[in-house]
Write a protein that binds this ligand. Structure first.
Ligand code: ASP
Ligand code: MG
Length: 404
């Protein structure tokens, strides 16, 4: 019998009625002759509410306790969904991440999955029951409850699909799939029928918010086909699959944007070996998630280094840079949190020259200044002023003829 892992996000489980709709769908999937493992997120905005509660209570939030608090959201979901399934006569049984055998490292609030045992899930499936697993959580090698970082339920779903050898992992959300741009900014954006893991990775990494980046990495590494679709319309969505030779290779598949980062510049860094290493080691030790880095040629023995980090990591990054700048005799440290990134993603870029030129020309025509540029084999990213990013997305979507 085919095995399907179905993951339902917070909006899909927003209230009692939504929980019953999800239960209906799970029951239907079973009737159609599939084994089902369900993974749930916390209902609605529960996780945000719990984070706010923690903030209201205390400025000191030991990560272990934060994890203990946040994992409670998914527990609620799994229990009520099992009740709704019971009412439909479906024999379902809930499991916390720990009970499901999801073993992680000990990094609270952003733990990595080390191993998925899954014995109890296999047993439940063997007894024709539907296991309902709390997403976003596991148990560490020190036996403490951990969370996998925001959006981590996607990763739970893919990890379980890989461990159980599922035929498919369905990610249900409140949009009908992955789009060629954010439909709120580009109303003519198209839903993508199929994208490769490679493209999806770059889409997720450059601001496409539909899937958590780690879940896509996991799916690619373990060859788990993903289907991202809506739990409101239940229509077919976007398939994320291995690249096939027959796949139509659009030069540009999507225009993405990200307004969550800030830019830091360390001015007049002495041009001697080892200084960039020291700077970025110190940032790594402070857990700052550095993204784009630009260093220019040196003039008069010094050079400026700029990089971007998630805005939440900005205070820590500034501290690190200011301390180090003093130590090594660099100039001032500048922070800029009014930036945004706009990116083009497309597997066809590998074999098509001139995409960067067209991108830069399009931005120039609209008077949008480019502040930083970075490229990978299938992505080009520019940093622009945050206030111009929507114009940039719209202009590029039109220039590359992505409109429906
Ligand atoms: N509930 C968690 C969050 O809001 C995990 C998830 O939804 O995937 O980040
Ligand atoms: Mg999510």
């Amino acid at each position: 019998m085919p095995l399907v892992v179905q993951k339902f996000g917070g909006t899909s489980l927003g209230d009692a009625e939504r929980v019953r709709a999800v239960a209906d769908h799970v029951a239907r999937t079973r009737r159609q002759g599939n084994d089902v493992v369900v993974v749930v997120s916390a209902m609605g905005r529960t996780t945000d509410d719990l984070i706010r509660l923690a903030g209201d209570v205390s400025v000191v939030q030991p990560p272990r306790e934060l994890d203990m608090l946040l994992t409670s959201g998914e527990r609620v979901s799994m229990a009520v969904l099992c009740m709704a399934l019971a009412e439909l006569g479906v024999d379902a049984v809930s499991f916390t991440g720990s009970q499901a055998g999801i073993i992680t490292d000990t990094t609270h609030t952003r733990a990595k999955i080390l191993e998925v045992r899954g014995d109890r899930l296999r047993e439940a499936l063997g007894a024709r029951r539907v296991p309902v697993v709390a997403g976003f959580q596991g148990v560490s090698t020190d036996h403490d409850v951990t969370t996998l970082g925001r959006g981590g339920s996607d990763t739970t779903a893919v990890a379980l699909a890989a461990a159980l050898g599922a035929d498919l992992c369905e990610i249900y959300t409140d949009v009908t799939g992955v789009f060629s741009a954010d439909p709120r900014i580009v109303p003519t954006a198209r839903r993508l029928g199929r994208v490769s893991f490679e493209e999806m990775l770059d889409i997720a990494a450059s601001g496409g918010r539909v899937l958590a980046l780690r879940s896509v990495e996991f799916a690619r590494n373990h060859h788990v086909p993903l289907h991202v679709r809506s739990s409101f319309t239940w229509e077919p969505g976007t398939w994320v699959v291995e690249e096939e030779p027959s796949m139509e290779q659009a030069v540009v598949t999507a225009v993405t944007h990200d307004t969550s980062e800030a830019k830091v510049t360390v001015v007049r860094v002495p041009d001697t070996p080892g200084l960039a290493a020291r700077l970025f080691r110190a940032l790594a030790d402070a857990n700052a998630n550095v993204d784009m880095i630009v260093q220019n040629i040196s003039v008069h023995g010094t050079t400026d280094i700029s990089f971007t980090v998630p805005r939440v990591d900005l205070p820590a990054s500034l501290q690190v840079c200011e301390d180090l700048a003093q130590e090594i005799g660099a100039g001032e440290v500048l922070a800029d949190d009014a930036i945004a990134k706009v990116s083009l993603v497309g597997a066809g870029m590998r074999s098509h020259p001139g995409i960067s030129a067209t991108m830069f020309e399009t931005l120039a025509t609209h008077g949008i200044n480019i502040e930083m540029i970075s490229t990978s084999t299938i992505r080009i990213t520019c940093v622009v002023r945050a206030e111009r990013v929507e114009d940039a997305v719209q202009a590029l979507h039109r220039a590359f003829e992505l409109d429906v």
